[in-house]
Design a protein around this ligand. Structure first.
Ligand SMILES: [Zn+2]
Length: 345
């Protein structure tokens, strides 16, 4: 019907996804219970990076790593979601304390499934395949939260594939946009005070248990945190502060220089081109974002939001064959940061 109207109107247009529901239905082939149990018996966990996994598989995988590599990996629950799901941070550390640290989170926005998929791939490479990645990877303490918004993530699997926010109920609407709820320049441009909006900022800064837990944890490690990376999708952007305004921090040149290094490394790793720039200047203003808070309030020098694949053909409904190439790009991004903050190549 819409196509007929557009044809008759004389406007030119592109059908990007012919049938969105069909794309959603075929996006994520799932294994049978027997196949999953066979896999778990063989590898110790259920992750494949050939489908988008449910939260139980991801958390089971983190538990498996903590049990398998107690010298390297530790697992900490830093808080709980609105619906009581644990916020599990994996620490990967192969050395003495006092070393530079990198924070990585995924899944702030529920529907951006490629983000937790890529972050769990990073975890896999930094643990089960660490020898392949050189000294700079071992010289850093890694703090990794693969699913920052577990309630929204599960809701996007079970009920509404395109759900974005967490599951806080405010009046007759559900959900706060966790990437508008951080407490630096909260409530400004590109956020909303209206609970039914997709960019609802919450009732106050850090009103949500998920964002509050992350900020408390990072603050308590503020001295060692040298880089902050939040993985989103989609668009293929490497964004640095500021998001709240079209302007830049004083060390803009450093953020831009390292951003371009990250883009080069991602291109080499997976073949996709990423655009580098200030978040508001490149995309649009958005206040209360986690990257602005990491930079402006927590004082973490290298703070980035990386919008993974693609540029919009599939958008959030990225087919599973793109998980591995995208995840390799994400790994290259964080390895570049590790090299930068340690000066070890
Ligand atoms: Zn996002």
């Amino acid at each position: 019907m819409v196509k007929e109207f557009l044809d008759n109107s004389g406007l030119t247009f592109n059908v990007v996804i012919d049938n969105l529901q069909a794309a959603i239905d075929t996006e994520n082939p799932t294994m049978t219970l027997e196949e999953m149990e066979e896999l778990e018996g063989r590898k110790g966990h259920r992750m494949t990076w050939q489908s988008y996994h449910r939260l139980a598989d991801i958390h089971g995988y983190l538990d498996y790593l903590a049990q398998t590599y107690p010298q390297l990996v530790s697992l900490q629950t830093i808080g709980s979601s609105v619906e009581g799901r644990p916020l599990k941070v994996l620490k990967i550390s192969s050395g003495s304390p006092g070393r530079p640290a990198i924070w990585i989170d995924g899944g702030i926005h529920a529907r951006e499934w490629i983000s937790p998929a890529s972050v769990t791939y990073i975890i896999n490479e930094l643990t089960e395949n660490q020898e392949a990645h050189g000294e700079h990877v071992k010289s850093v303490d890694w703090y990794i939260l693969p699913v920052l918004n577990p309630d929204g993530y599960e809701y996007s699997h079970r009920v509404d594939r395109l759900w974005r926010k967490n599951r806080q109920v405010s009046g007759h609407c559900a959900g706060t946009d966790l990437n508008r709820n951080f407490g630096y320049k909260w409530g400004g441009a590109g956020s909303s005070k209206e609970p039914c909006k997709e960019i609802y900022a919450g009732s106050r800064p850090f009103s949500e248990p998920e964002s509050a837990a992350v900020s408390n944890f990072i603050q308590s490690h503020a001295g060692s945190m040298k880089a902050y990376v939040s993985f989103h999708s989609y668009g293929q952007y490497i964004l640095h502060p500021w998001g709240y305004v079209r302007g830049y921090p004083p060390d803009h040149a450093d953020l831009s220089r390292v951003g371009h290094k990250i883009a080069n490394a991602m291109y080499q790793a997976g073949g996709a081109s990423y655009t580098v720039g200030g978040a508001a200047a490149t995309l649009y203003p958005a206040s209360g974002g986690s990257d602005d808070w990491a930079k402006g309030a927590a004082g973490i020098k290298y703070s980035y939001t990386i919008e993974l694949r693609d540029r919009g053909f599939f958008g959030f409904i990225l087919p599973v064959q793109y998980i591995l190439p995208t995840a390799r790009e994400a790994l290259a991004a964080v390895k570049t940061l590790a090299s930068e903050i340690t000066n070890v190549r």
